[in-house]
Write a protein that binds this ligand. Structure first.
Ligand code: DAH
Length: 350
């Protein structure tokens, strides 16, 4: 028995030394096979149990099992140690965990979308509903119902993309006035943002595809001052508190009276001059005002067309060019920049 114990001791010591020497997984595996494998050293010692007296055998078996368990733990620890060492080595040679990572550029909301969202939010806060219409509409909704009959010269102002004799890409968002009023009884309070299309030559101020925000309020007792108040509020929302709005007499077939709407030039703050430029403000051309679009009191013919009694109801409407708002708000010199997906330009505005 003592002889078996000392042989076991010897095996264990040599095993420890062998494990210490093994410096890769393959070497560890050969140590395992040599000592703990089916024909390994421990098995040889185990066979010697047969030579012991019967009463000594259980104790000898336990001795060997304990030694095997210890060896297995030792082996496991060695494997883990090797693994973590090789991971460290890999980190050291191939990955510098302190190296700053590449910053993925985050997208930004397009300025046109932002202006639409902010305009709608302003009107929604005042109880308006947002309505979205089709981009292709019959001429009835684009013209006839808006008091622009077939032979009306105002049609010339809307040089449109026609799809058939009666269908066209809408040149303005005003069809949504008719669609909404035909579907609902007054009071009506809506904003209708969306794409519009005109056969315009593209330059720094014109696009053939652009966006408008349309607004319409119809109820009893509505008058021009309501329009003025709401549009002044909109401009202050978009440009800041110093903003004013001015109305210039104009003509639209669907409103009477009609006005062209300007807001204080955000660049020169209405002065028309800039310290940096003796030529006058290049944003507004020296006038101190930026043109945003048209507005007016809904024409009685339009109200009649949708079955509203013009003696009872009145309303205001407006249509603003979103890209025009963008030019003023972001002090951009060329409207075409809004159509190019230049991430640098867009990020600058966000
Ligand atoms: N639809 C007009 C245009 O695109 C703009 C406009 C003017 C809209 C007056 C209106 C309005 O609602 O009342 O030129």
């Amino acid at each position: 028995m003592t002889e078996l114990a000392s042989r076991l001791d010897d095996v264990a010591q040599r095993f420890d030394a062998a494990v210490d020497r093994a410096n890769d997984e393959q070497a560890l595996e050969s140590v395992r096979v040599a000592y703990l494998g089916r024909n390994g050293e421990v098995t040889t010692v185990r066979r010697a149990i047969g030579t012991l007296a019967h009463n000594e055998r259980p104790a000898a078996g336990k001795l060997i099992n304990d030694a095997v368990a210890a060896m297995e733990r030792r082996l496991q620890a060695a494997y883990e140690e090797l693994e973590s060492r090789s991971f460290d080595a890999e980190l050291a040679t191939s990955i510098d965990v302190t190296f700053p990572s590449i910053r993925r550029p985050a997208g930004s909301i397009h300025p046109v979308r932002r202006i639409i969202e902010e305009s709608c939010a302003y009107f929604v806060r005042h109880g308006f509903a947002v309505v979205i219409g089709a981009e292709v509409e019959p001429d009835y909704y684009n013209f006839d119902a808006l008091n622009i009959p077939n032979d009306h010269p105002a049609r010339e102002g809307f040089d449109s993309f026609w799809i058939s004799d009666t269908l066209l890409l809408r040149p303005h968002t005003s069809p949504m006035q008719i669609r909404t009023m035909q579907e609902h009884r007054p009071p009506i309070a809506i904003v209708a943002p969306g794409k519009c299309f005109r056969r315009d030559a593209v330059d720094a101020r014109h696009l053939f595809q652009f966006h408008q925000v349309e607004g319409l309020l119809v109820a009893e007792g509505i008058h021009f001052a309501h329009l003025k108040g709401m549009l002044t509020g909109l401009c202050r929302e978009l440009f800041g508190e110093q903003q004013n709005v001015r109305f210039r007499p104009s003509y639209f077939p669907f409103t009477e009276p009609s006005a062209e709407v300007d807001t204080t030039c955000p660049k020169c703050k209405g002065a028309g001059t800039l310290k940096s430029s003796p030529m006058g403000c290049n944003m507004c051309g020296g006038s101190g005002w930026i043109e945003l679009g048209g507005a007016g009191m809904v024409h009685p013919n339009v109200l009649r067309e949708v079955g509203y009694d013009p003696d009872r109801y009145s309303g205001w409407a407006f249509g603003f060019g979103v890209e025009r708002l963008g030019l003023a708000r972001y002090e951009v010199d060329d409207i075409r920049r809004f159509t190019k997906s230049d991430p640098g330009f867009l990020a600058q505005l966000s």
